[in-house]
Ligand binder design. Structure first.
Ligand SMILES: [Zn+2]
Length: 122
């Protein structure tokens, strides 16, 4: 999965089609072939009715976002501003970077080069 939390994405289908919003979290698939889901700010909001409890003494209706399928969004490129698919390639330093398939701009490091990881253990 090339989408990270904090990315600006454009929703491509459903009620929120066309909306651009920030990814709040990436929900890992439960099984190896399962689809990755994303919580996107303001998209797929629902009301949950919550019983009163110690944590929530008032109870009532709580508005929250539910995850949507990652295949329904495209990342908005920070360089060209278009909603684009992402690719992954090896960068100049041997690390792995992702890039915009429309304008070819680098959009952040996915994995640092082997040498750098060995030094810091990350
Ligand atoms: Zn671009």
């Amino acid at each position: 999965m090339l989408i990270r939390s904090g990315d600006l994405v454009e929703v491509r289908s459903g009620n929120a089609r066309g909306t651009r919003a920030k990814v709040l979290s990436v929900v890992a698939a439960k099984d190896p072939e399962g689809a990755v889901r994303l919580v996107v700010e303001g998209v797929n909001r629902v009301y949950r009715h919550v019983r009163r409890s110690q944590k929530n003494p008032q109870g009532g209706r709580l508005s929250k976002e539910l995850p949507i399928d990652a295949s329904n969004v495209l990342v908005v490129c920070t360089a060209c501003g278009k909603a684009a698919r992402l690719g992954a390639r090896t960068g100049a330093d041997g690390g792995k970077v992702r890039y915009c398939r429309k304008c070819d701009a680098d959009l952040g490091v996915l994995r640092r080069p082997r040498a750098a990881r060995a030094k810091t253990g990350g």
